[in-house]
Design a protein around this ligand. Structure first.
Ligand code: CO
Length: 456
């Protein structure tokens, strides 16, 4: 059996390279070719694609999914799901999580990749149960990071829990691209030995390592790897699909992808890349390799966020100081993996610590809530002195954070019954509030024929 390939060009590829700006028309350009390549799945949907449709592209993300499904007759469609955060940035009530899973599957998603920034299994349970209930394939992704607690043993123990929870497969999600080749070999070998689950590896080329790491993972028996078609590959994105296919051709790992279809799809998507290069959305910097992420263990997206925060404050001279502060804040917080929303929270705290001249003099609401346990279990104990400085003698919750949340869906549906035309609209509003409301109102207005509009 060869290694299976998940194509990420239409989700993580453009998210990593040019802020998720591909329009639905661009996504559809080479879709019928991609559907004939022989991928295990096409990753096409997730938090940023959803947000970007509503916020920047004036498009309905649900409509995009339905259009993709119409074309893809052979290949499974995959989405990325932030556990109890769904596609948003806070915890949602269970009924919203379940409804979102139900509607994602009904509109065309086959595989839901569910992760939690803190790898707190309790934050995955509701989405996993719902995925099984509605007949979806359920993959749990573990956020990969390096720290004194994030050892191979740590991931093996989590993998056993993931298997018990009923996942169909397990993904190691290395969002920062810091997984070293030999660590990957050791990690995948241990995971294969300790669970029966198919193992997938997801990573980024940001630090310049990933083709080597993928190769070692393949040799260790990884079942599936995530790659991006050449126009959307490399740099802050995934390794190149065609190159990986060549590298493994004729070996026992041969993915046996259809090269003609790969080539045709790449020819059609090349002008899209050029468009974003020319209009400046794709910064050539994102295409070159950045070994700083290995030094600071900071994801590429976070580096560019820090840079823009400092630019806004006119404090670019503090950039190196902030980069050194990030790992210190992370240690104080018990080594959370730097993935949404923790990457933004830790990054902002590091900026505040440096700019205000006193550590934790200013603390964002999210960090305060985090220290109350409201995002989930800390991977390692947090710094007690700092915790006390910020939350005093407040109680830290030890139960699942979403247990505090009352059902939200019905009341939202009632509240927005005049503008929401479907449960999907209600879900868009639940997750993206005003941004979704603005889009839906405009869409509804545009749908009224001009004649009637004039009479009214
Ligand atoms: Co990624």
């Amino acid at each position: 059996m060869g290694v299976k390939i998940v194509e990420t060009a239409l989700r993580d590829g453009h998210q990593s390279l040019f802020a998720t700006r591909m329009t639905t028309d661009e996504v559809l350009l080479a879709l019928s070719e991609l559907d004939k390549v022989g991928y295990y799945a096409l990753e096409v949907w997730g938090g940023a694609t959803f947000d970007s449709c509503l916020r920047f592209l004036n498009e309905d993300p649900w409509e995009r999914l339905r259009k993709i499904k119409k074309v893809c007759k052979n290949t499974k469609l995959q989405m990325l799901f932030r556990g109890q955060n769904i596609l948003g940035y806070r915890h949602y009530a269970d009924d919203v999580v379940e409804k979102f899973v139900e509607k994602s599957i009904k509109n065309g998603i086959d595989i839901i990749r569910i992760f939690d920034a803190l790898n707190d299994i309790r934050n995955l349970e509701c989405a996993v149960k719902a995925t099984k209930k509605y007949g979806g394939e359920c993959q749990i992704a573990l956020s990969y990071t390096t720290s004194p607690v994030h050892t191979v043993e740590y991931y093996v123990e989590l993998a056993k829990e993931v298997e018990k929870l009923g996942a169909d497969s397990l993904c190691i999600k290395d969002m920062a691209g810091v997984l070293l080749p030999e660590t990957a070999y050791e990690l995948i070998t241990a995971l294969k030995k300790n669970t029966k689950l198919p193992i997938e590896l997801h990573s980024h080329c940001t630090g310049g390592l990933m083709e080597m790491t993928y190769m070692r993972a393949v040799q260790a028996g990884v079942d599936i790897i995530d790659t991006a078609l050449s126009p959307l590959a490399g740099g802050t994105s995934q390794p190149c699909t065609e190159a990986i296919n060549y590298a493994l051709r004729g070996t026992e790992y041969d993915p046996k992808l259809n090269e003609e279809m790969l080539n045709e799809a790449a020819v059609k998507l090349a002008p899209v890349k050029n468009k974003y290069l020319e209009n400046g959305m794709l910064n050539p910097k994102s295409l070159s390799c950045n070994p700083n992420i290995l030094k600071y263990q900071v994801p590429g997206g976070m580096l560019s966020n820090l840079m823009s925060q400092l630019k806004q404050q006119g404090a670019m001279d503090k950039y190196d100081e902030v980069l050194r502060e990030v790992p210190r804040v992370r240690k104080d917080m018990g080594y959370p993996p730097l993935v949404t929303p923790l990457s933004q929270m830790v990054g902002t705290q590091a900026v505040l610590n440096v700019i205000s001249g006193e550590r934790y003099k200013m603390v964002p609401k999210e960090i305060n809530e985090y220290l109350h346990g409201k995002y989930g279990k800390f991977p390692a104990p947090v710094d007690e002195e700092i915790q006390k400085k910020i939350i005093g003698d407040d109680k830290v919750i030890t139960y699942r954070p979403a247990d505090d949340l009352k059902p939200e869906f019905k009341s939202l549906k009632e509240q927005y019954k005049d503008i929401a035309k479907s449960d999907e609209d209600v879900l868009s509003i639940a997750l993206f509030g005003d941004v979704a409301i603005k889009y839906i109102k405009q869409r509804n207005e545009d749908a009224i024929p001009t004649v009637i509009k004039l009479e009214a």
